[in-house]
Design a protein around this ligand. Structure first.
Ligand SMILES: [Fe+2]
Length: 202
């Protein structure tokens, strides 16, 4: 059986469209609204993410940088959860969009009060094709976990900065903050710019 070529053009089109959107200097509400529909279109298909950026690790969830804007206005990251893996409670300090590609994840939002951390509502389940948003304006503290006990799950995250370099925080149950810079799990990025094989596609 011959394998069909990866549709990396989908990722290239997405980062081009997001760059054009940000060129218009829209307010955050517009970025989230229009970005949500762009990301929704990207994660509606599961035929473009190279295997290297879809690998779980037995120890901890992985965050593979897929693209960083040359002016660090945004970054695109594939988050890969092994069965049962979870993030700590954390914030972002910039806008973010989370699009589910494969499997399912649950996100629990929190607010910080005098009593410490308090969950807001029930966890929200994300299924493939769905997109959620975070930001300091609309709610920025959450914990995300793989909803599947026996399968990896993958979501595609977009943030309004080079998120792996942002100084942000993880939170202990009493509400105290621990400084945190996430970095990335990969050293090399997918090549979205070689278009030589795409022109041969019917
Ligand atoms: Fe997050």
């Amino acid at each position: 059986m011959s394998e069909s070529p990866l549709r990396l053009d989908r990722l290239r089109d997405f980062v081009s469209a997001l760059g054009e959107l940000l060129d218009r200097h829209p307010d955050e509400e517009s970025v989230l609204r229009e970005g949500r529909s762009l990301l929704g279109e990207l994660v509606r298909h599961d035929d473009w993410l190279p295997e290297e950026f879809a690998q779980p690790d037995p120890e901890r969830y992985q965050q593979y940088l897929l693209h960083a804007d040359s002016r660090q206005r945004f970054s695109v990251v594939s988050f890969v959860w092994g069965p049962g893996q979870t993030t700590p409670v954390h914030d972002h300090r910039v806008w973010g969009l989370i699009g589910m590609l494969r499997g399912a994840e649950d996100a629990q939002s929190f607010e910080l009060g005098a009593e410490g951390l308090r969950p807001i509502g029930d966890p929200v389940r994300l299924s493939p094709g769905q997109v959620e948003a975070v930001s300091p304006r609309i709610g920025d503290i959450h914990r995300v976990f793989n909803a599947s006990p026996d399968q990896p799950s993958i979501s595609i995250h977009v943030y309004g900065a080079n998120i792996g370099a942002v100084r942000r925080a993880v939170y202990l149950p009493d509400g105290s903050e621990k400084p945190f810079i996430s970095g990335y799990s990969n050293q090399f990025l997918p090549n979205i710019w070689d278009q030589s094989k795409e022109s041969a596609r019917p």
